[in-house]
Design a protein around this ligand. Structure first.
Ligand SMILES: *[C@@H]1O[C@H](CO)[C@@H](O)[C@H](O)[C@H]1NC(C)=O
Ligand SMILES: *[C@@H]1O[C@H](CO)[C@@H](O)[C@H](O)[C@H]1NC(C)=O
Ligand SMILES: *[C@@H]1O[C@H](CO)[C@@H](O)[C@H](O)[C@H]1NC(C)=O
Ligand SMILES: *[C@@H]1O[C@H](CO)[C@@H](O)[C@H](O)[C@H]1NC(C)=O
Length: 285
């Protein structure tokens, strides 16, 4: 029905009509900018900040879209991830460099604690019907450091620790051979009023039996990183073995032939024989 209606009007009228339609339907209603709510990055590593422009089939861009990546809260126009402002120079790159590409994802290099925050993808598109601006819902960039999972002290307990951006959605969980362990003494140190840009999450479990212990860091439902610890308690038999193994070679090295004793023992009969021989010669004279 729309097609019939449109073919009846003149070209100029048609443009005006389409413009009117866009106005009524909220201008290019099916054009959206989509970005994930959360992006996680390992400290010091690169992160991909995804952003995808979706257009309705009938919408054609007449000039390349203009992309902005804003840093929220937007305090000044000089603070932009893309095109990179001074503080982001050399650290941000457009992944798909095609002028008319709808993939507006950027690569964010060497992510630091200070980069934690919200980033909004904004695209301006120009069609025959006019110019429209679409905003993404912003992505929250959260950062985590390397996880450590170690035997602590002498009390046979395993301690899992990781530094993360302050976010209540982060949870540490420890598994033993695939079964979730109840720990209860999980803690987040580094107070919320602390000047540190991160908090330390830690989880301690007592080692019960051998097997595989795994510590997992989740952000809400998503697994972010994990660390595995294989535990094999030392067997008493082995302890006995290493005593004899280390002691024997030492004795062998210390043991030497008493050549001077052999010589002394040989000298006694020789001297005795010489004395006897001398005595016999004297007696014959
Ligand atoms: C943005 O957020 C609003 C409200 O939270 C939601 O209704 C909308 O679907 C979201 N848009 C996108 C593109 O995810
Ligand atoms: C956008 O481009 C990047 C890099 O080429 C790619 O990793 C990503 O999957 C693309 N996104 C979409 C939605 O195609
Ligand atoms: C084990 O020892 C560490 C210090 O070495 C301590 O922080 C931890 O609370 C102890 N865990 C248990 C279960 O006693
Ligand atoms: C076995 O050797 C280790 C390392 O040399 C040592 O610490 C340990 O005490 C030894 N075992 C026994 C039972 O002496």
């Amino acid at each position: 029905m729309l097609k019939i209606l449109l073919s009846d009007v003149t070209e100029w009228g048609r443009i005006q009509w389409m413009f009117f339609l866009f106005m009524v339907s909220g201008t290019c209603s099916q054009c959206t900018v989509d970005q994930p709510p959360v992006v996680t990055a390992a400290l010091g590593h690169d992160a991909i900040m995804p952003c995808q422009l979706s257009l309705s089939d009938n919408v054609k861009m007449v000039i390349p879209p203009v992309l902005y990546w804003a840093v929220l809260p937007q305090e000044s126009d000089d603070d932009k991830l893309w095109p990179p402002s001074e503080n982001y120079k050399e650290r941000v790159d457009l992944l798909d460099k095609g002028l008319y590409s709808t993939n507006k994802s950027v690569l964010f290099r060497n992510v630091q604690w200070a980069d934690s925050g919200r980033y909004q993808c904004k695209v301006s598109i120009t069609t025959k019907a006019g110019r429209f601006r679409r905003l993404g819902n912003a992505s929250l960039l959260v950062v985590h450091d390397t996880m450590t999972f170690n035997l602590s002290g002498h009390n046979n307990s395993l301690l899992c620790e990781v530094n993360v951006t302050h976010d209540p959605g982060f949870v540490l969980t420890v598994f033993h051979d695939g079964y979730k362990l109840q720990t209860g003494d999980s803690s987040a140190s580094g107070d919320s009023y602390s000047y540190l840009p991160f908090v330390t999450l830690s989880e301690a479990v007592l080692l019960r039996s051998n097997g595989t212990y795994e510590c997992q860091l989740h952000l809400n439902e998503d697994l972010i990183t994990a660390s595995i610890f294989h535990y094999h308690p030392p067997e008493p038999k082995d302890a006995g073995k290493n005593v004899s193994a280390t002691d024997q070679p030492d004795k062998l090295v210390e043991y030497k032939e008493p050549w001077h004793l052999y010589t002394a023992l040989l000298l006694v009969p020789t001297i005795f024989l010489l004395v006897l021989l001398t005595a016999m010669l004297i007696c014959r004279d």
